[in-house]
Design a protein around this ligand. Structure first.
Ligand SMILES: [Zn+2]
Length: 303
């Protein structure tokens, strides 16, 4: 894991790292480049560099202390390394998947190796609690999935993003029949959207991204502005799904296929506080006479 060490008086160029053993034998001042305070930070990553940096700092001290510190840091790091390797848990899971799923359905997976024809494109939040394959049971090859903070779809005019790159491929190449946008309870991205101050010009990737949902925030404030902040967030979690569904229609090749009846747009909402799922379908026609072009049908609630 990367960390940043800020030296209060000196910063040391890591280019000396390959000569560190020599530098320990020599006087420290003969091998260190010293810069003015505050001119540089050391970015350290990985075990070797971390130990090296600590040794370099220590090399300003007497030699014996340097040796002790080096041994202590080495032991500490090795102990931590033994405890914290997260892949020790993943390896048996993967091998179990290979044995119980892949090899037992070998024909299916070999067909998938030649190509995919999913019926769904799913746009879901990046939140670790709301994986669509976990909650809706999508199997390999069933759902082309894009996940992002707050499951937002930017409008066509917004320009390139990973969402519309995925949409272009799923709709125009894979010819998916359904796009499902899934919102969820206690969404941090929606909370960030609802918490944004209008006069706050602080730049942040999260702020810039979630501002795509500002229409949903305005609708929420109009419809539920008298409710508590928590309830407004919950309202906006669903409202932003509808905003995203309407944004999908700003893409000419999506609107065309929806009009043809070869593509359906669906909203979903997963509440992990009571494990329930709500779904609905957006109806859209270009030439409906009188009334809105949009309506909702097939709303259902699973609990
Ligand atoms: Zn979320």
């Amino acid at each position: 894991m990367a960390s940043f060490l800020r030296t209060p008086l000196f910063s040391v160029d890591l280019s000396i790292s390959s000569r560190i053993d020599d530098s320990l034998r020599m006087s420290a001042s003969s091998s260190l480049r010293v810069r003015r305070p505050g001119t540089a930070d050391l970015k350290v990553s990985g075990s070797v560099k971390r130990n090296t940096c600590l040794i370099v700092q220590a090399s300003k001290e007497p030699l014996e202390l340097t040796r002790e510190l080096r041994e202590k840091q080495k032991t500490t790091f090795e102990e931590k390394n033994d405890e914290l390797d997260p892949f020790e848990e993943l390896k048996p899971r993967f091998l179990n998947f290979k044995k119980r799923v892949y090899l037992e359905n070998l024909d299916h997976y070999q067909n998938l190796a030649e190509g995919q024809a999913p019926k769904f494109m799913v746009i879901a939040c990046a939140d670790s609690r709301v994986c669509p394959s976990n909650i809706l049971g999508f199997q390999a090859g069933e759902a082309f999935t894009v996940r992002n903070v707050a499951n937002l779809v930017p409008p066509f005019q917004h320009g390139a993003s990973e969402v519309n790159a995925g949409l272009e491929f799923a709709v125009n190449s894979l010819q998916v029949a359904n796009i499902l946008v899934v919102g969820h309870s206690r969404c941090g991205g929606i909370r960030a959207l609802m918490s944004m101050k209008r006069d706050d010009d602080t730049r942040s990737f999260i702020r810039d991204w979630v501002s795509i949902g500002k229409t949903a925030r305005l609708s929420t404030e109009a419809a539920a502005g008298n409710l508590s902040f928590e309830k407004q967030c919950k309202h906006c979690e669903k409202e932003s799904v509808n905003t995203s569904l309407l944004n999908l229609l700003t893409y000419p090749w999506i609107e065309e296929r929806v009009n043809e009846g070869t593509l359906s747009l669906h909203g979903g909402y997963y509440d992990f506080t009571d494990c329930s799922f709500e779904k609905w379908t957006l109806v859209y026609r270009q030439c409906l006479e009188g009334g809105s072009k949009y309506s909702i049908k097939n709303r259902s609630f699973w609990s």
